[in-house]
Design a protein around this ligand. Sequence first.
Ligand code: NAX
Length: 328
Amino acid sequence: MKQPVRVAVTGAAGQIGYSLLFRIASGEMLGKDQPVILQMLEVPFEKAQAALKGVMMELDDCAFPLLAGMVGSDDPNVAFKDADYALLVGARPRGPGMERSDLLQENAKIFTVQGKALNDVASRNVKVLVVGNPANTNAYIAMKSAPDLPAKNFTAMLRLDHNRALSQLASKTGKAVADIETMTVWGNHSPTMYADYRFATIAGASVKDMINDEDWNRTVFLPTVGKRGGAIIEARGLSSAASAANAAIDHMHDWALGTNGKWVTMGIPSDGSYGIPEGVMYGVPVTCANGEYTRVEGLEIDAFSRERMDFTLNELLEERDGVAHLLS
Ligand code: NAX
């Protein structure tokens, strides 16, 4: 049996936490031969801490063979201690009457503190995934607050958008999701993201040619994927949780264990390619091998794609400017 690895999860008593922790403990994220120690963080309020205790009791009651230990805490320095993986799910939700800029500020405070704690106590190889919204900018803040850790260790979750797009394409073409290769989503995890199937193939054939309907792309596909989160809230009365947890599992699984050459989408710090300024946490196609992701390079960007990629970039730049004063 391998040595246990430490997996920190914030917002552990929330909806996504409840769909996520049991799957991590059962081995779905890091493999059925990898024991894990779960280190769970919640806010220091009585209700949240009590709910966290309840989740830990249920984890105990599953008697997962791979669950080698558990820590529950309200202190990031405890939850992130020696963490090999950190899934930052907890964030301040948008309350009634709250402006987007207020939401940014409140979350900037949380992710500054958590970035510093990761910097101080986590493993130097920690793989960080930010799920809590605004995910890209929160990941950017955490990265900037952790100057002693490599920037490449910080990522944001675009995988739910990626999976949503795959599913829409499978339904449109009548093919299986698993057969769709080389699709990606560019930019911010927000309705501005750009899901791009120009390069996608099914058994070597072009998905774009198969669909052959640019109007469907612009008026159905992009709005459906972009506004899917809102559609779920309207239907369920609650935001996406199981699908978000599933996407987080996919993201970390692939980063740790590899994609065998398949493209997946990750929000990663830009290296300046594709006209995206360096450092911006931007969704791009990557492949993963040996615990590292590699950006897919050299894709052609046509005029429509450029426009869409710049649109989502501008939103990210605005968010970055909105929190710049907290990072200097
Ligand atoms: P919940 O409100 O159910 O749970 C969030 C939990 O985080 C709460 O228990 C809260 O006490 C805790 N929390 C808040 N601040 C914390 C802090 N500083 N440290 C530790 N814990 C803290 O929300 P849930 O539905 O689980 O969603 C969590 C986040 O994921 C939200 O920000 C949400 O917007 C975001 N999402 C991101 C997605 C993505 O694709 N990137 C998709 C799904 C989801 O909307």
